[in-house]
Design a protein around this ligand. Structure first.
Ligand SMILES: C[S@@+](CC[C@H](N)C(=O)[O-])C[C@H]1O[C@@H](n2cnc3c(N)ncnc32)[C@H](O)[C@@H]1O
Length: 283
């Protein structure tokens, strides 16, 4: 059941509380710890959060009006109250990714994003980045393909507000609030879709709906570049609430892509531990 979540209420400080389950957080903390995540948490603590000037959150959020979120989205992802609907989640987004991928690439997450962007066909002119966060992935694509129009869509208006500041210098990138399952983009109107680190946050029903949306918006023969974290990686996230980690253990990207009507699937490991699939939308 979708839940209504009217952001204009924020102006009066009556912030509707997304689901917040203390017992699930306690269960997470009881998981056996893993060295990699502990190193990441240590590095996160040392990161600087960008200033971005003074953001008038209430005014900027009110401009988005009423947004109806799917109920799976209203959870305390990563044990942050409000999950992605949180100022700190958005302000700390790049810093968190830099800490997580410090060992993966000499230029950390931003280098990783350039490597993933290189998987988008060079002749793509219309590109969608779904579940874009603060749009560093979309920005890497837009910089690599200056003749392409890149649209980055994220469900969280907090991410959009920070993303527009963080990547506001990229002229061929637009960052919009929206949902990966219903992007609002016309049928067969894009050459490539980029999705990074979105699927592990979604239930299987949403993954299927998002792949159906990719098929709808991609032109025949268009390209999907799907990247995410290994199946067992969420178990290393001690104390980080990841509601779909059980489903993720069994997630098979190739089976999902084939079922959704994608073919010519290529596997890439641009920077371990992240994996990528490049797939074509069948005609
Ligand atoms: C782990 S972050 C990854 C962000 C970005 N793609 C990256 O590589 O850093 C997941 C993002 O997906 C967004 N998200 C989750 N479900 C979504 C949906 N159904 N539609 C659009 N965005 C969604 C969240 O708001 C969050 O910003």
């Amino acid at each position: 059941m979708p839940s209504a979540f009217d952001l204009s209420f924020l102006a009066s400080k009556q912030r509707p509380a997304p689901a917040w389950h203390l017992e699930t957080i306690a269960a997470e903390m009881a998981e056996p710890d893993k060295a990699r995540m502990l190193r990441v948490i240590g590095r996160m603590g040392a990161q600087q959060v960008p200033a971005h000037g003074a953001i008038d959150w209430d005014a900027e959020l009110a401009a988005f009006g009423a947004i109806e979120f799917p109920s799976y989205y209203l959870q305390p992802f990563h044990s942050i109250p409000g999950g992605y609907l949180n100022e700190a989640a958005a302000l700390g987004d790049r810093a968190a990714l830099e800490a997580i991928y410090e060992d993966a690439h000499p230029e950390k997450s931003l280098g990783l994003r350039r490597a993933i962007a290189a998987l988008i066909p060079v002749d793509a002119r219309r590109v969608l980045d779904l579940g874009a966060g603060t749009a560093d992935g979309g920005a890497a694509i837009a910089r690599r393909l200056p003749d392409a129009a890149v649209t980055a869509i994220d469900a969280s208006p907090f991410m959009v507000i920070v993303g527009r500041r963080q990547n506001g210098d990229v002229p061929n990138l637009r960052i919009e609030q929206g949902f990966a399952e219903r992007s609002g983009v016309a049928d067969a109107s894009v050459d490539a879709v980029h999705i990074t680190l979105l699927f592990h946050e979604c239930p299987n029903t949403a993954k299927r709906a998002i792949l159906a949306e990719c098929r709808r918006v991609l032109r025949p023969g268009g390209t999907l570049v799907l990247s995410d974290t290994p199946n067992d990686d969420l178990y290393t996230y001690r104390g980080f609430y990841e509601p779909y980690k059980e489903e993720w253990l069994r997630f098979d990207p190739d089976a999902f892509l084939l079922e959704a009507g994608f073919g010519e699937i290529e596997a890439h490991e641009v920077a371990a531990p992240l994996w990528s699939r490049v797939a074509r939308s069948a005609a």
